[in-house]
Structures are given as structure tokens and as C-alpha cells.
Design a protein around this ligand. Structure first.
Ligand code: PEP
Length: 255
């Protein structure tokens, strides 16, 4: 029997959200979302480290997950500026975004580092959202599948088959992130089905259970069509998640 995959809509605040803004945002969002039992999707917020505890407290009991936007694979030591899994757990954080294209492009995040981070997050009980995706040049050169095969294969290499389904993958074509240039529903479906098939190369059971999200200029007016695609299990939303009303409309579009 095919497992039911609960859609997941996660907002990525990127570099936005003082503690005061975070607290105000959470209050507004909770007023706009239906109760957890009537929500069409799991909902998460990926927020700056300094806003994590504010969001955990403001969203306690609401079912809205709180995620960090990065994490070190190390537990402690001489790694100035880094944050470890135990530090996130201490704040009662639920998950962590790993390998966002902005971290890959601007901060040297590598597939090899992600290979270490994913098992650490899973062992700690943090739900990872692994981001993958091709550039416009790679797509135009017909290299999308090669890029995705490489990124997914490397990042999941040390994740045991029985834990694969605990990872959430966000397919985020880099040309669509923050550009207003959204992938067509067909493009999203095709790439996400390919990502699922890559997981199927490891475990068919995991491929049916793993959630693969779309990310890249998702907005209230384009979300429903993308989310309706067979293999699209939700969205990672950047810009549009900064407005609680827009974000709540995208959550509603998952229904
Ligand atoms: C993101 O930050 O992962 C993202 C998809 O951003 P945007 O929705 O702004 O394109």
C-alpha cells in the first residue's frame, strides 16, 4: 500500500527576524492558521538562531515546528561561530535546514560537510530539510539530473536506509530562488519525481515515504498548482513566508 505523505509547508526567514519581530509574527500566524488537527499540512518556520527560543515559546502547543537554518556536525570544540545539535535541542528546536543554496554559494557549504551533518541531525532527533537544486546554466546545459544525482547521493550517503524517510528534501532550482521566476508545475513535478527516484535507488519504501518539497518563488497565487502535482509534498517558502497572511494562504493551498 502506498504510504500517505503529509504535506509540509516550511517558511524560511533567511536573514530576517529580530526577537521582537519573531514574537509579533508568531502571534499573527497563529491567529491565521487553523488548529493543528484541521491543517492541510505540517507547518514549520526556519528562523535565525537568535529567534529560535522566542518562536519555540510563542508556538508551544500549536504544532508549528521550529527549525534552525544551519547546524555544525561537531558537538563542541574550536569552531568559532558554529552551533551544534545539542545546542539546538536545548532550545527545543524541531529541525534544521541543511545545504540551502545560499549557504552553498556564499559560505562554502559542501556536499561532504552535509554528508556529516545529516546523520548527526537525525541521531539528535532533529528533522533535517536538505536543499538541492541546479543553476540556470546547469539546466540549460541539460545537467539538472547529474547535479541532483550528485547532491542527493553525496548528502544521503551516510544516512542508513531505515532513516532516509526521516529526511525532508527541498528541490530548489537556484534560478527560481528569490527571483520571482517560479518553476512551472511540470518542471517541479519532473525534478521532484527524479529526486524521489534517486531515493528509490537506495530504498523503494523510503522513496514512497520521503517528503520532497518545492522551493523557489512560491507565492499564494502559484502555490496551489505546484502543490497539486503528484510528487510535490509541500513547499519551502522564502520571501512570501515573511508575511504571515501570505504564508497562511500557502498553507491553505496545500489542502
Ligand atoms: C528559499 O529561501 O528557500 C526560497 C525558496 O526563497 P524564495 O521563496 O524567496 O524564492
Amino acid at each position: 500500500m502506498m504510504p500517505e505523505r503529509t504535506p509540509y509547508i516550511a517558511g524560511n526567514w533567511k536573514l530576517w527576524g529580530t526577537r521582537a519581530q519573531a514574537s509579533e509574527y508568531c502571534e499573527k500566524l497563529l491567529a491565521l492558521l487553523p488548529d493543528a488537527s484541521r491543517r492541510p499540512a505540517d507547518v514549520g518556520l526556519c528562523v535565525p538562531f537568535t529567534a529560535l527560543d522566542v518562536c519555540v515559546e510563542a508556538l508551544a502547543g500549536s504544532g508549528v515546528l521550529v527549525c534552525a537554518q544551519n547546524m555544525s556536525a561537531e558537538e563542541s570544540g574550536a569552531y568559532t561561530g558554529e552551533i551544534s545539535a545539542p545546542m539546538l535541542l536545548e532550545l527545543k528546536v524541531d529541525g534544521v535546514v541543511l545545504g540551502h543554496s545560499e549557504r552553498r554559494a556564499y559560505y562554502g557549504e559542501t556536499d561532504r560537510a552535509l554528508q556529516e551533518k545529516l546523520p548527526v541531525a537525525l541521531a539528535a532527533g532533529l528533522k533535517p530539510i536538505l536543499c538541492v537544486g541546479e543553476t540556470e546554466d546547469e539546466r540549460e546545459a541539460g545537467d539538472m539530473e547529474r547535479k541532483l544525482r550528485h547532491q542527493v547521493g553525496e548528502a544521503l550517503h551516510e544516512v542508513p536506509d531505515e532513516r532516509l524517510a526521516d529526511v525532508v528534501i527541498a528541490y530548489e532550482p537556484i534560478w527560481a530562488i528569490g527571483t520571482g521566476k517560479v518553476a512551472s508545475p511540470e518542471q517541479a513535478q519532473e525534478a521532484i519525481a527524479f529526486v524521489r527516484a534517486l531515493v528509490g535507488g537506495r530504498s523503494e519504501e523510503a522513496a514512497q515515504a520521503i517528503r520532497v518539497l518545492y522551493g523557489g518563488s512560491a507565492k499564494p497565487d502559484n502555490a496551489a498548482e505546484i502543490l497539486a502535482q503528484t510528487d510535490v509534498d509541500g513547499a519551502l517558502v522564502g520571501g512570501a513566508s515573511l508575511d504571515p497572511e501570505d504564508f497562511a494562504r500557502i498553507v491553505a493551498a496545500a489542502g
